[in-house]
Write a protein that binds this ligand. Structure first.
Ligand code: HEM
Length: 315
């Protein structure tokens, strides 16, 4: 096991991670983005389902799309001998934290940045086959309704419904891909910027939310999602998953994820019980970042008793 982690070594590892995230770029539709920012925040979450253990099963379809981030982080961990400093599970959790921090600084033309402050404790243990595993963990169903999602996050992460509403704001980062999850599009225009934009877009009626199936040819794998008609003229596809939309609207999807009550205009469905939270976060970025930090920080300690994880020491 690891005996101690100093603030100095923690700061050093965080710098390696943020440099990697800033220096790794990709382009889509002629726009540059930093895929490891979103990927790291998602990986931090996925590694902690069933307990944070530094082990990912890339053959689980719910991990589709994580491979780029997984490989880049594992390369860094090996190349810089971070295995001398912390477990891989600690490293993945730290990457999630750094992803949110770097994303919060990606806003252009902003004089004063508001950043999340996610607590980092260390002492996580890796599974014996780290970084890979054949274990099949169960991830939330993107076609599901609010009750299912609230139950999942209470059971798996001990989060309250309000904390669920806060962590889903992570979807302001990154995108969903046809060749990964089968869903398609970005949640907001600026996919690298971590702020409360997810809630502003979600609660914006002028987006004209319409439910569409992105995979109509395979009846066994429906991919119902909410597309914003406002942006559909261009290539930019702004979308929400059912589970995102359910934070704001009570859409009553059936078991396939299809909505029949308001598919052509979500604004005609009634408000969900978390709609006021969505509006609160939409109007208050500092409050969102504070609540996100607590809830995501809690997710990143899943599977450990409080005394098993420690703050880094000063010396
Ligand atoms: C109801 C719960 C959730 C569902 C159903 C869900 C589902 C998904 C899906 C389908 C994708 C697209 C994957 C792809 O096609 O590449 C995605 C991406 C993402 N998710 Fe979630 N997610 C949930 C909760 C969360 C949480 C709690 C976090 C972190 C706190 C998170 C962070 C992300 C990020 C950052 C991406 C973008 C990844 C990238 O661009 O590489 N998600 N999620």
């Amino acid at each position: 096991g690891y005996k101690c982690l100093t603030q100095t070594k923690l700061r050093y590892t965080k710098t390696l991670l943020s440099d990697l995230m800033i220096n790794t770029v990709d382009t889509e539709n002629g726009k540059i983005f930093h895929p490891l920012i979103a990927g790291s925040v998602r990986l931090g979450f996925h590694d902690c389902v069933g307990g944070c253990d530094g082990c990912i099963n890339l053959n689980n379809p719910d991990n589709a799309g994580l491979d780029t981030t997984f490989n880049a982080l594992n390369d860094l961990y090996a190349r810089e001998r971070i295995d001398r400093i912390m477990s891989r599970a600690d490293f993945f959790a730290l990457a999630g934290i750094v992803g949110a921090e770097v994303g919060s600084k990606m806003k252009s033309g902003q004089s004063q940045v508001q950043s999340p402050r996610i607590p980092f404790h260390w002492g996580r243990r890796d599974c014996p086959t780290s970084p890979i595993t054949t274990e099949m963990r169960v991830f939330p169903n993107a076609l599901g309704n609010l009750t299912e999602t609230v139950d999942y996050f209470r059971r798996v992460f001990d989060l309250t419904p309000e904390q669920l509403a806060a962590v889903l704001g992570a979807h302001t980062l990154g995108d969903a891909r046809k060749d990964a999850s089968g869903f398609d599009g970005e949640w907001v225009i600026e996919r690298d910027v971590f702020d409360n934009d997810f809630y502003r877009v979600l609660s914006d009626k002028t987006q004209l939310w319409v439910q569409e199936n992105e995979n109509p040819d395979d009846p066994n794998k429906p991919r119902w999602q909410w597309n914003a008609k406002k942006h559909r003229e261009g290539k930019e596809g702004i979308m929400m998953l059912n589970t995102d939309m359910e934070l704001f609207k009570n859409t009553a999807p059936n078991s396939d994820g299809r909505v029949t009550s308001c598919p052509a205009d979500v604004s005609t469905c009634p408000s969900s019980r978390l709609a006021d939270r969505v509006k609160l976060y939409a109007s208050d970025n500092a409050k969102f970042l504070a609540d996100f930090s607590v809830a995501y920080g809690k997710m990143l300690t899943t599977g450990y008793k409080s005394w098993e994880l420690r703050y880094p020491s000063l010396y």
